[in-house]
Write a new protein. Structure first.
Length: 197
């Protein structure tokens, strides 16, 4: 749990389930403002993520300031941090970065063998992802799970994705190694080979 500016960023608990409808209204408002690339979410889906402990919430007292959740794909081989949203009054304070850091850590702790990926049209999210170790990739390196791509149906750019056989769209695909892969890389960096003298 992190606290700054009276905001508490924490793993969502059942006590936060009542905010699901409000969170979905934030998605809808943001999609209208941006006019691009935000898939619709239903309150029951958001509530299920909260109840499973697969979400991170930023609270200012009893007010939701921001939210993000985890989705798993391809039988746990991939995990995505989805639905990052910040309430308008809390934007431009670095809150998105702090939520993303916490949900990224939660993803890797809960699903250590899963690669972490995301697709986004947001430059700010791309910057945050880069700082966390994500790299831009082609869509072919992401999950090919139909259920994931069906989630794009409510996005206004879905026809572009379909026309291009799910190979390209307006979103940028980004991928980070799993926690296990990162630990193996860190370990290999520490191995020192001594040569005989």
């Amino acid at each position: 749990m992190q606290s700054q500016d009276n905001l508490i960023i924490q793993i969502a608990s059942p006590a936060h389930a009542s905010y699901a409808e409000y969170i979905c209204s934030l998605y809808a408002e943001s999609a209208k403002e941006r006019g691009t690339g935000i898939a619709e979410r239903k309150p029951d889906y958001v509530k299920a993520k909260i109840l499973k402990g697969d979400a991170v919430v930023a609270m200012d007292g009893d007010q939701i300031a921001g939210f993000c959740y985890i989705e798993t794909w391809s039988h746990g081989q991939y995990v995505a941090n989805s639905g990052l949203i910040i309430a308008p009054a809390y934007r431009r304070r670095g809150l998105a970065r702090r939520i993303k850091q916490q949900v990224f850590a939660l993803s890797r702790d809960k699903y250590p063998s899963a690669k972490v990926f995301g697709i986004t049209t947001s430059l700010a999210v791309m910057r945050i992802n880069s700082d966390l170790g994500y790299k831009p990739v082609t869509f072919s390196e992401l999950t090919q799970d139909d259920a994931f791509w069906n989630g794009c149906k409510s996005c206004p750019n879905f026809d572009i994705l379909n026309r291009n056989q799910r190979k390209i769209c307006l979103c940028t695909a980004m991928l980070a190694p799993s926690k296990e892969e990162s630990m193996a890389l860190d370990l290999s960096d520490q191995i020192v080979v001594k040569t005989p003298q």
